[in-house]
Design a protein around this ligand. Structure first.
Ligand SMILES: [Fe+2]
Ligand SMILES: [Fe+2]
Length: 294
């Protein structure tokens, strides 16, 4: 890194100090367990105090993606129908999507629509393949949360360091055959994966999820049980891009770590995986359309 990049790296690091913590309701949801009546009641009362969060959460739970058999009208029945872990994912989705909504009219450096579509596709694929992994990676719901949050660092950088980040995104745009994180490392001395992991650390998120997110571009550098989890995320991130028609026409970026599917304990090849997960991809696309009002 040259001196100018070092200076920018310091500024960006400094700007991360003001990252927001997790709202109290999400802290309770993080520790929610099936059958813990007192905790469930407390979570419900916290949601009752936040009408907008409740409304958005119920919108997610009632989306076609969750396929619940009847319209859910209370947070309590959402917990009962989904179970604590899937409810945690829905609440997490409501929180992250609400924190960085698709921009209405405002010009953002990162295309929010594209961002959320990719995040949801990656999350759905990660959940699907975590259930099929023989490597003991993340639980399917943890994998979903990892997929949702793996690239949040891009939005944090855009929000907290716009002057430093905008030129980096532009450089990548002019060179679509390379990856954004490569320019981030070159220009800012850190990547969005690091920033996503810093945000999850601030939120005291589950450690296996945070570490998988931290290494989602370089799973072979993760340690012990984090390696298969990061490999799963690395591969699903790639598959989510491959599944996008726009990316198929553009210069395809190869899988950075070709061993990732094997590391993640997955059998079969890419074509099979895309075919197998077609329903998941369609479901995630539909959820994106419902969430973004498209
Ligand atoms: Fe990424
Ligand atoms: Fe990604």
């Amino acid at each position: 890194m040259n001196t100018r990049a070092q200076q920018k790296a310091l500024t960006v690091q400094d700007n991360l100090r003001s990252l927001p913590g997790l709202p109290p309701v999400l802290q309770r949801v993080r520790d929610l367990r099936d059958g813990d009546r007192a905790e469930i009641d407390l979570v419900c009362s916290l949601y009752r105090a936040d009408a907008e969060a409740s409304r958005e959460l119920l919108r997610i739970v009632n989306s076609s993606y969750y396929g619940v058999p009847r319209t859910v009208t209370t947070v309590k029945s959402a917990v009962e129908l989904l179970g604590a872990d899937a409810f945690r994912s829905a609440a997490f989705l409501q929180h992250v999507f609400g924190s960085f909504p698709p921009a209405e009219g405002a010009k953002t450096v990162i295309d929010r629509g594209e961002f959320w579509r990719h995040a949801l596709l990656t999350a759905a694929l990660a959940r699907f393949f975590a259930a099929r992994s023989s490597a003991g990676t993340l639980s399917p719901e943890q994998a979903f949360r990892a997929g949702l949050s793996h690239d949040l660092g891009k939005l944090v950088l855009e929000n907290h360091s716009p002057a430093e980040y905008a030129p980096v995104v532009e450089m990548r745009r002019a060179d679509p055959s390379s990856e954004l994180w490569m320019y981030e490392r070159l220009e800012l001395g850190l990547t969005h994966a690091y920033v996503s992991s810093t945000l999850l650390g601030r939120w005291e998120a589950e450690e296996p999820v945070r570490r998988a997110v931290e290494w989602h571009h370089a799973p072979s550098r993760a340690e012990g049980p984090d390696a298969p989890a990061a490999a799963l995320l690395h591969y699903c991130d790639y598959l989510a891009h491959r599944a996008e028609p726009a990316r198929r026409i553009a210069i395809p970026i190869p899988l950075t770590e070709p061993d990732a599917p094997a590391m993640a304990g997955l059998e079969g090849d890419e074509a099979e995986h895309l075919e197998l997960s077609r329903a998941e991809l369609n479901g995630a696309s539909a959820l994106f359309a419902e969430l973004s009002g498209e």
